[in-house]
Structures are given as structure tokens and as C-alpha cells.
Design a protein around this ligand. Structure first.
Ligand SMILES: Cc1cc2nc3c(=O)[nH]c(=O)nc-3n(C[C@H](O)[C@H](O)[C@H](O)COP(=O)(O)OP(=O)(O)OC[C@H]3O[C@@H](n4cnc5c(N)ncnc54)[C@H](O)[C@@H]3O)c2cc1C
Length: 439
């Protein structure tokens, strides 16, 4: 310790002022929710030259893609032999940048290619891009009230641990996953009618002996026989093996994800026990591969489908099957129905090779609001249709589309924008059939 060093001892006394006002912030476009849909929306809006504010209740960016450790991008490529890429923009940048640093693994299945990513690398990618784009960020910021008047959201009232904030903007993207803006504005929202859609507590194990890694089919067969012996409720769980890293992300639990604060908190804790049981199953049944594994990380509880908007169009199962190409289509994918409506397993239905289906802008725009566009897992669809379009590929396309719709609407209404201009701006995500060599 230098002799000159003087231990700090002085303090000052402060008392909270009685008339403390919220911090006022203003932007052209406010994006609520910093998951993969909100990040795509915010970056696209910034690229369009808009002043953007990005708000999230978590203290970090990336939503579930980062913080729930989803671990795999699905719905990015066409199904079958001609696996061209459905969505570009932010997707190209992520695949290029994380590919260069070895943070991706392309899993080529018989019909599909999905992309495993390192969630820490994605998290830093998002943070750096958001900073570079000059986006104002408010994290740890729970939106608890919406000012809604004359068909327009005027402002959001937000609670943070450091005080309240009021955000004003001309246009708003609801990328909260739970349709928070619509709900708080008093607009009608949907919930699943026939019981919950289950979420999952993701968990990452490290230290896998790769030379003994069982196949997906071997794990599947053993789960069917032995899941109950280990207290694993779900009999069709998946282990996403990141080759070369010795890690697996386990998607092996089913937890309810109620929209009620006490139950939601309790279930968050219970989910970890289910995930631990899944790890015990792997260690017990495949010791050569998993004996030395440790838990590297538990994600935040993964939430699939809770509450979503009522839009100007309700996307339905038949649209997905038929591949209806709407006039106002803004996103496409070929991902199947993936419905998590039973504790013990999922309903999965694959489409034929080359199948493409679309998301129309109308299913992202609440009928009674002119400056609000939803993106991601809270758009208007039936339970089956949403189970397909909520994967991250189309989520990113919807985020970009939300930014363009609000940009085109300006002070007017998102219900009255020029659709030819919108289609032109989004043509890469609707028409391009370029392929990546890795796929
Ligand atoms: C366990 C699990 C596994 C999955 N597996 C895959 C997969 O392998 N591949 C794939 O592509 N997709 C997968 N999905 C689907 C996909 O991950 C999600 O649908 C997608 O990430 C949703 O992104 P989002 O941006 O719409 O919402 P989210 O990522 O949920 O982001 C919403 C954000 O809004 C914030 N928010 C919510 N309410 C408030 C509020 N009141 N105030 C402030 N902020 C708020 C939240 O904090 C959150 O950050 C999976 C989903 C789950 C749950």
C-alpha cells in the first residue's frame, strides 16, 4: 500500500425527495422485450435511422435465446435436400460472425439443418451490436403500465430498481413474449384454451466424453424405458450435443409457465429439480459419456406459449399446412408443429420436403392500435400455428418486419402502410433461395 493512500471514510446523507418524478426518455421507436425478436426489431429500426429505445425486465439482453439457454436456431433453412435460407439480415450477421469464432455447430439431420450456438458468444454479439447501433437500453426495467389513447400507445411506465422511467415513442414493438403491451393497454389477448403449453428448464452439462456420446435415437429409446426410474417426467426429451466442446444442452423437462407471480416463481425452482433428474438419467444410463459431467449452467425457466395478441388476422393450422402466401407476408419458415401440451411429451409433425409457410403482418398488428406491432412468440395464431412460427428463425424475420412496418407508418397507422413497399423491403426474407455452404 502506498504511503500516500488515504482510506476513504467520508459519507454524505441523502433522503429521498417526496416529489421524485420518473425519468422521462423519448425515442421514435420503442422495442419492449430484448429477446431474439426484439433484438432483430431494434437493430433493424436503428439501421433505418430511427432513434430506438430497447426495454427489458431482465438485467441483460437476449431474452430466452441467451438467458434461458435455448441453444439452437430452428426454422432457418428449408426442409429436404434444397436447404436454402429463409431469413437474412441479422441472421446472416450472426451466422457469419459466430461461425468465424467457432461458436456454431450445424447439425445436419436427415431432413433438417439446425444450428447450435454458444449462448455466451450470442450474448456478447448482441450487446456489441446494440451498442454499435446507438440503441438506448433500459434493462432490469419491468413495464407495468401502458398509456393508451385514441388507438395509440403514448407511453410506457416502467419500474427499475433505481427508480421509475416513462418512455414516450411514436411506434412500439411488443416483443415481450407475453403480449405485455397489448395486455396492459386493455386490448384483448389470447391464451391456450385446452390447458397449458409447457415450458422447459434448460440445463447445460460440460465434460462429456465425446467418444462415447450416444446417438439421439439411443437416448430417446432409453428415455422411453427408464425416464420414470429417475423421476424424469418427459419421455421424449432431447440432448443437444455441441461437437468439439464436450457440452450438451438438455431440453428434457416440462414445467408449467403460469401468468401468476407466486406460482411462476415456485415453478422456476421446481424446474431445476426436473433438470437435475435428467442429468442423473444420462449419468446413470450412459456413464461412459456422462460420468464426469458437471452442470455448467441452468437457464432461466424457458417459456413457450402463454398469452398472445388478438391481431387483425388469426393465423391458423390450415394456413400453415396450406402454406398460404398472404399479400402482407413478412416471414416464412418450414418448421413443423411442435406442441408441448402434455407433461410426458410433445406432438411433433413434420411437413413434406420443401414446405414453406408464412406469417402475415396482420397477425402481428392488434386491430385497435395504430402504432403497435407484435413480434415473436406473442403474435396472433392458434395454438398449433404458433407452435411452428415461434421458433427463432421466423422470430427474427418478424422483428425486422415490425421495424419496417413502424418506419413506413410514421405518424400514421400500421394498418394502412403501402404493402408493396413493405414487400420490397423484406424481399430477402420472402423470396431469396440462397444457400450456405455449411448447410
Ligand atoms: C425451452 C425452450 C426451448 C426452445 N427450443 C427452441 C429451439 O431449439 N430453437 C428455436 O429456434 N426455438 C426454440 N424455442 C422457441 C424460441 O426460443 C422462443 O419462442 C423465442 O426465443 C421467443 O423469442 P421472443 O423474442 O419472442 O421472446 P423472449 O425471448 O421470451 O423475450 C421476451 C422478453 O420480454 C421481456 N419481458 C416480458 N415481460 C416484460 C415486462 N413486463 N417488462 C419488461 N420486459 C418484459 C422478457 O424479460 C424477455 O427478455 C424454445 C423455447 C423454449 C421455451
Amino acid at each position: 500500500m502506498s504511503e500516500k493512500y488515504k482510506i476513504p471514510t467520508a459519507t454524505i446523507i441523502k433522503t429521498r425527495s417526496q416529489d421524485q418524478k420518473p425519468w422521462d426518455v423519448e425515442a421514435e421507436i420503442c422495442v419492449a422485450g430484448a429477446g431474439i425478436s426484439g433484438i432483430a426489431a431494434a437493430l433493424e429500426a436503428a439501421k433505418l435511422g430511427r432513434k430506438v429505445i430497447l426495454v427489458d425486465g431482465l438485467p441483460a439482453l437476449g431474452g430466452q435465446a441467451v438467458n434461458s439457454i435455448i441453444g439452437t436456431f430452428c426454422g432457418l433453412f428449408a426442409h429436404g435436400t434444397d436447404r436454402y435460407q429463409f431469413t437474412h439480415g441479422i441472421v446472416d450477421e450472426i451466422l457469419d460472425d459466430l461461425g468465424r469464432t467457432g461458436d456454431l455447430f450445424y447439425r445436419k439431420g436427415p431432413g433438417w439443418t439446425t444450428v447450435f450456438y454458444d449462448e455466451i458468444a450470442l450474448s456478447r454479439w448482441i450487446e456489441k451490436k446494440v451498442c454499435a447501433a446507438g440503441i438506448e437500453v433500459i434493462v432490469g426495467a419491468v413495464i407495468r403500465d401502458v398509456e393508451f389513447e385514441d388507438r395509440r400507445i403514448r407511453g410506457l411506465n416502467i419500474a427499475t430498481r433505481y427508480g421509475d422511467v416513462r418512455v414516450k415513442a411514436n411506434g412500439f414493438v411488443d416483443a415481450t413474449g407475453d403480449a405485455v403491451l397489448s395486455w396492459l393497454a386493455g386490448l384483448p389477448c389470447r391464451e391456450p384454451a385446452d390447458g397449458p403449453i409447457y415450458g422447459t428448464q434448460m440445463i447445460v452439462l460440460e465434460g462429456v466424453d465425446e467418444s462415447h456420446m450416444p446417438t439421439r435415437e439411443e437416448i430417446g429409446e432409453r428415455l422411453l424405458k427408464k425416464a420414470k426410474d429417475y423421476g424424469v417426467m418427459r419421455e421424449d426429451g432431447l440432448a443437444f450435443f455441441f461437437e468439439g466442446r464436450g457440452t450438451v444442452a438438455l431440453n428434457m423437462s416440462h414445467i408449467e409457465t403460469p401468468l401468476e407471480p407466486l406460482a411462476a416463481s415456485r415453478i422456476g425452482l421446481e424446474g431445476k429439480s426436473q433438470a437435475d433428474n435428467a442429468a442423473s438419467f444420462l449419468r446413470g444410463e450412459f456413464p461412459k459419456a456422462f460420468d464426469k459431467t458437471r452442470v455448467r449452467a441452468y437457464g432461466l425457466p424457458g417459456v413457450r406459449q402463454t398469452r398472445w395478441i388478438t391481431g387483425s388476422y388469426h393465423l391458423v393450422e390450415a394456413d400453415i399446412r396450406a402454406g398460404t402466401k398472404f399479400d402482407d407476408a413478412v416471414a416464412r419458415t418450414g418448421w413443423g408443429f411442435e406442441i408441448h401440451d402434455k407433461p410426458e411429451g410433445i406432438y411433433w409433425e413434420n411437413f413434406e420436403d420443401g414446405h414453406v409457410h408464412y406469417v402475415p403482418l396482420r397477425s402481428m398488428t392488434p386491430r385497435d392500435a395504430d402504432n403497435l406491432v407484435a413480434a415473436g412468440r406473442c403474435i396472433d395464431a392458434d395454438v398449433a400455428a404458433l407452435s411452428s412460427v415461434r421458433v427463432m428463425g421466423p422470430c427474427m424475420a418478424m422483428g425486422a418486419a415490425a421495424a419496417h412496418a413502424l418506419d413506413l407508418a410514421g405518424d400514421g397507422s400500421v394498418h394502412q402502410i403501402d404493402l408493396a413497399s413493405l414487400r420490397n423491403r423484406l424481399k430477402d426474407n420472402l423470396e431469396s433461395t440462397t444457400k450456405r455452404s455449411e448447410v
